[in-house]
Design a protein around this ligand. Sequence first.
Ligand code: CA
Length: 225
Amino acid sequence: MMRVLLAEDDETISEPLSRALRREGYSVDVAEDGRAALTSTEGEAPDLVILDIGLPYLDGLEVCRRIRQEGLTSPVLILTARGDEVDTVVGLDAGADDYVTKPFRLAELLARVRALLRRGNDQRDGGDRPITIDTKARQAFFRGQEVALTAKEFDLLRVLAREEGRVVPRETLMLEVWDSWFGSTKTLDMHISVLRRKLGDDANNPRYIVTVRGVGFRFQNEPEQ
Ligand code: CA
């Protein structure tokens, strides 16, 4: 059984969330503060850690840094409140894999959990997904070979991959990668086409980065036969 460690001090969040996770078939340990969260990772490593940022004693980012220092490689999903510095979570090297902003929809969070656990399994099993991304090392691999990407290309791929299987609107990509709603989206199209080329994708019939007309792009990374 997959073990999830949920570190959240707010019962109105941890209660329904742990119930939903158990319903999904995970075994769930709840920690109500940062120190308890650290202690819970000391024995057998959890398969996934969900960390609220605002925790008593040690905040979620500090917990994340420390468990990474201890060598724990399990995926970490951060829960942020609106107004928290999300860039600090993903951009700086706390070592988190993904984040969700409160208030979140339960279905959305469970989808992220499934994606992270699947990714974790792939890495452990050597996986047969064509594209793998190491967000901490900022490296991308195609069939095991590193793909040389510029900083913006990597960020673009990282955001697309984080939302794997879902459409990411053009505005979201502009905002997350270029910090701007404005600017010419030609830049975005140019980067998408370079990314496709580097991943060996066919622009006329893309397999990994699919254009969703009038909306944005969807990343697909299905295991190869
Ligand atoms: Ca909190």
